[in-house]
Design a protein around this ligand. Structure first.
Ligand code: CMC
Length: 427
C-alpha cells in the first residue's frame, strides 16, 4: 500500500501521495496542492523542498554518506580516475575499457580552443577574476561550435559535448590564469593525461617544462572526484533551473559557475585561506576568531553544511590527501596546523556542536591546493573543473526526462496591496 500524508486546510482534508526514493528518502508530493486548496508551500532557501527526483548522487547527511550512482565515494580512493567518474556520473554506469578509451580520445581531440577565442581572453583586464572569465568563456564555446547548441536525443552528440566541455574547461581555466599573470598561453599536449595537461598549461614556461608528480596527479584526480557532484546544491540547482527553460548545456553550466563563485558555496575555499592567514599573521588568535563567530560577527568559513549534520565525508578524505601531498612536497603548511587547531576548538564548543557544524570540503581543499602550487584566485575554478561532470549529468538527466516543465517557484507577496500611479510632472 503506497504511503500517503493527510493535510487538513480550512476544514478540507487532502490525501497527498508520498514519493519514495531507493535509499530511504521520501517526500510529500504537493504538486497539486495549489490547484486543490489555493495554497502554496513556503520554504525559503528550499531547505525542505525536493525539486526533482534523480538517480545520480545520494547523500545521507546524518550519516555522512555520499554515493555516486550508488558507489560510496570512499571507494574511489585507490587509483582515482576523474574521467572515469565523470563518465559514470553522466552516463549512469562505470565505462567499459573501450568506452573510457573512446571518451579519453575525445577529450584529447577537444583540448584545444578555437584560435579566435584567444582574442576574447586578451579582451579581459589582467586582473579579471578567473571565475568571471570561466563563465563567460564557457558560453563563448558554443558560439564556436553552434552544433552543440542543439543536442536533441543524439547520444553521440551528447558524449561529444560532454567531452568537449570537460576538456576545454581545463584549457579555459589555465588560459584565464595565464592571462591573469600576463603570460603567453601554452597549448595542450596530447600526450598528457587530464590533470597533467592542465598543470602543464598552467605552469610550463619556455625554459621549464612542468612535469606532474604521480602523487600529486593522484591527489588532483581524487580532489576533482570529491567535488564532482553533490546533488541539488546551489550551483547544480542553478544549472537545472536554467536548463528547465530548455537553455543549452553551455549556457546552463555557465550559470552554474556563477552560482558556485559565491563565498557560501565554492568561493568558501578562498575565504578559508583568508581566515587562516589572518590568524597566521597574528592579527587574531583561533580562540578570538571563534568568539567572533559565536558573537555572530563573522562566519567560520569551511564549516557547516545544509545537508551534512554529522561529518562531511569529503572533508575526511581530503585530510588524508593533505597528508600525502605534504609528505611528497616536503613543505608543511603552517595553515594546516591552524586549521586543525580551529577544528579541534570548534568541535569541543557547544555553539558548533549544538548546530551540528563540522568542517566541509572547502576547509581543507585550499590548503592542499596551496601545497600543489595552485594560486588562491584559482581555487574556486578548481572546484568548477571538479563539479563540471555533475552539472553535465544533472542537465542531461533533466533534458532526457519526459515532460519536463520550466522551473518557476511562486512567492508570498508582502508588498503594498494596491497603489496608484501618479505621474511625475515633467513640465
Ligand atoms: N559559521 C558560524 N555559524 C554558522 C556557520 C558557520 N560557517 N554555518 C551555519 N552557522 C549557524 C547559522 O548562523 C545558524 O545559527 P542560528 O541557529 O543561531 O541562527 C545555524 O548555524 C544553522 O545554520 P544555517 O544558516 O541554517 O545553515 P545553512 O544550511 O543555511 O547554510 C552553509 C549552510 C554552508 C551556507 C553555512 O553553513 C555557511 O555559510 N558556511 C560557511 C561557508 C561555507 O563553508 N560554504 C561551503 C559549503 S560546502 C561546499 C559547497 O558545496 O558549497
Amino acid at each position: 500500500m503506497p504511503r500517503t500524508a493527510t493535510l487538513t486546510v480550512d476544514g478540507k482534508t487532502l490525501i497527498l501521495p508520498i514519493i519514495e526514493g531507493t535509499s530511504g528518502e521520501a517526500g510529500i508530493d504537493v504538486s497539486k496542492l495549489r490547484d486543490q486548496t489555493g495554497l502554496l508551500t513556503y520554504d525559503p532557501a528550499y531547505g525542505n523542498t525536493g525539486a526533482c527526483s534523480s538517480k545520480i548522487t545520494f547523500i545521507d547527511g546524518d550519516k555522512g554518506i555520499l554515493r555516486y550512482r550508488g558507489i560510496p565515494i570512499e571507494q574511489f580512493d585507490t587509483n582515482p580516475n576523474f574521467i572515469e567518474v565523470a563518465w559514470l556520473l553522466i552516463f549512469g554506469r562505470l565505462p567499459k575499457p573501450d568506452e573510457l578509451l573512446r571518451f579519453s580520445r575525445k577529450l584529447t581531440l577537444n583540448a584545444m580552443l578555437h584560435e579566435g577565442m584567444k582574442h576574447h581572453f586578451e579582451g579581459f583586464p589582467v586582473n579579471a577574476p578567473p571565475m568571471a572569465i570561466l563563465s563567460a568563456m564557457i558560453n563563448t564555446l558554443s558560439c564556436f561550435d553552434p552544433e552543440m547548441l542543439h543536442l536533441g536525443d543524439d547520444a553521440e552528440k551528447m558524449e561529444d559535448a560532454a567531452a568537449s566541455l570537460i576538456s576545454k574547461v581545463r584549457t579555459i581555466a589555465a588560459y584565464s590564469y595565464r592571462r591573469h599573470k600576463g603570460l603567453p598561453f601554452v597549448y595542450p599536449d596530447p600526450r598528457l593525461r587530464y590533470c597533467a595537461n592542465f598543470m602543464h598549461m598552467m605552469f610550463t614556461y619556455p625554459y621549464d617544462q612542468y612535469i606532474l608528480d604521480p602523487v600529486i596527479d593522484e591527489a588532483l584526480n581524487l580532489i576533482f572526484i570529491l567535488h564532482a557532484d553533490h546533488e541539488q546544491n546551489c550551483s547544480t540547482s542553478t544549472v537545472r533551473m536554467v536548463g528547465s527553460s530548455k537553455a543549452n548545456l553551455f549556457a546552463s553550466v555557465a550559470a552554474g559557475v556563477c552560482a558556485l563563485w559565491g563565498p557560501l558555496h565554492g568561493g568558501a575555499n578562498v575565504e578559508v585561506i583568508d581566515q587562516l592567514t589572518e590568524i597566521h599573521k597574528g592579527g587574531i588568535s583561533p580562540e578570538e576568531m571563534l568568539q567572533q563567530v559565536k558573537d555572530k560577527k563573522r562566519q567560520l568559513m569551511g564549516f557547516g553544511h545544509r545537508v551534512y549534520k554529522n561529518f562531511d565525508p569529503r572533508a575526511r578524505m581530503l585530510q588524508k590527501v593533505a597528508e600525502k601531498v605534504f609528505a611528497k612536497t616536503n613543505r608543511r603548511d603552517p595553515l594546516l596546523d591552524i586549521a586543525r587547531k580551529l577544528e579541534e576548538l570548534a568541535l569541543k564548543d557547544s555553539y558548533f556542536v549544538d548546530r551540528k557544524l563540522y568542517p566541509n570540503v572547502d576547509f581543507y581543499s585550499g590548503i592542499i591546493f596551496r601545497a600543489i602550487g595552485i594560486p588562491l584566485e584559482m581555487f574556486t575554478v578548481m572546484f568548477s573543473i571538479g563539479r563540471l561532470p555533475g552539472w553535465i549529468a544533472q542537465w542531461k538527466e533533466q533534458h532526457d526526462a519526459p515532460g519536463g516543465r520550466i522551473a518557476r517557484p511562486r512567492q508570498i507577496y508582502t508588498g503594498t496591496p494596491l497603489a496608484e500611479y501618479i505621474p511625475i510632472d515633467r513640465r
